[in-house]
Design a protein around this ligand. Structure first.
Ligand code: SF4
Length: 344
């Protein structure tokens, strides 16, 4: 059974037609889903009972259940652990920074990339999330937190471009006037670098959705250690795609760069990063390493990180410095779920 939260307008109209209901019921239904974020059939007040019953025979109204919620008063971040209808767990995070309220969503159960610093890939890969399960994470959080969400980032569990079709569908629902009606620039999709999908993604979204590519090292050997997908998609292939995007589609690139003490934070690293970024006019988001319990790596000292950034500046490469959110709420991405699975 599918979740109603994965429907676009055309599909909703098709369903109404097949159930011999008037076409305008489709817009009414989508309004309940994407504006009110209903969780029970009784809430669909202007949809007749017999139509609700027919829909309930074929669809879940909602397929995720909230299993746990962790809040930290010092760090205005809340982590949500959801249980899927087939018994798996996934995580989402709400980050409150002044007027900015960002939801970080998961796109897969587990992750095939298996970055050693990330808890998400540790327990293997189970399946892709559906667009409905991606959208439901946001709907649940809006409802639970009473927050007006301003931004969505696809940076939770999973490699979004490995679940291309469902992620594209979720983006359609987020940006459509019949959906959440969010501006594309308020949404960021983060990828470990899947060259064959990146070009298609930028082309199909017309560059309206922000794309962030994890670089983490300018050298194949270290990058393969940090992002094992680099063995399959080495830097040469990834950069060739990014140059093509820059040339053909005239879109800027943002790189994420997690700084790890003694691993990728040397002057040589900084200079090589600048060499990659400059021709792309790319911006670098520097992020101090967020420790997880299984690995003893740590973030470089403040001084070392400043020095790294100063080299980028000297080389005329734009950079920002981001503090990791969620660090105090049960660790890094995927950690909460990993704990739960391990406990089971
Ligand atoms: S960092 Fe991202 S790509 Fe790497 S294992 Fe974690 S979820 Fe997957």
């Amino acid at each position: 059974m599918k979740s109603l939260y994965s429907l676009n307008l055309k599909e909703a109209e098709g369903i109404m037609e097949s159930l011999e209901a008037p076409k305008y019921r489709a817009a009414q239904l989508l309004r309940w889903l994407y504006r009110v974020h209903v969780r029970s059939w009784d809430e669909l007040k202007n949809i007749p009972k017999d139509l609700r019953d027919k829909l309930a025979e074929k669809y879940f109204l909602a397929s995720l259940e909230l299993a746990e919620e962790y809040e930290n008063a010092k760090n205005p971040t809340t982590k949500y652990l959801f249980k899927t209808h087939d018994g798996h767990f996934l995580e989402s995070v709400l980050i409150r920074q002044g007027d900015r309220k960002t939801v970080c969503v998961s796109t897969q159960l587990g992750c095939r990339v298996r970055c050693p610093f990330c808890a998400s890939g540790k327990s293997g890969f189970f399946r892709n999330l559906t667009a409905g399960e991606i959208i439901e994470q946001i709907a649940w959080i809006v409802r639970k937190s009473h927050c007006q969400i301003t931004n969505v980032v696809f940076m939770g569990m999973g490699e979004p471009l490995d679940n291309f079709d469902e992620v594209m569908k979720a983006l359609e629902i987020l940006t459509a006037p019949w959906g959440f009606e969010m501006g594309g620039r308020k949404i960021t999709v983060s990828t470990s670098g899947v060259p064959e999908k990146i070009y298609e993604f930028v082309k199909r979204t017309d560059g309206r959705i922000r794309l962030s590519v994890s670089l983490h090292s300018p050298f194949d050997e270290t990058r393969s250690r940090l992002i094992p997908y680099n063995r399959k998609y080495p830097l040469k292939a990834l950069l060739a795609t990014l140059y093509k995007i820059h040339e053909d589609l005239k879109r800027d690139i943002t790189f994420e760069y997690t700084l790890i003490d003694g691993m990728n934070d040397s002057e040589e690293d900084a200079k090589a990063v600048a060499k990659i970024a400059r021709p792309l006019q790319a911006k670098i988001n520097l992020i101090p390493y967020n420790p997880i319990r299984e690995i003893t790596w740590k973030a470089p000292s403040e001084e070392k990180m400043k020095h790294f950034r100063s080299i980028l500046e000297k080389e005329k490469v734009r950079s920002t410095f981001r503090k990791t959110a969620g660090q105090e709420v049960e660790g890094a991405c995927g950690q909460l779920r990993l704990d739960r699975v391990t406990r089971r």
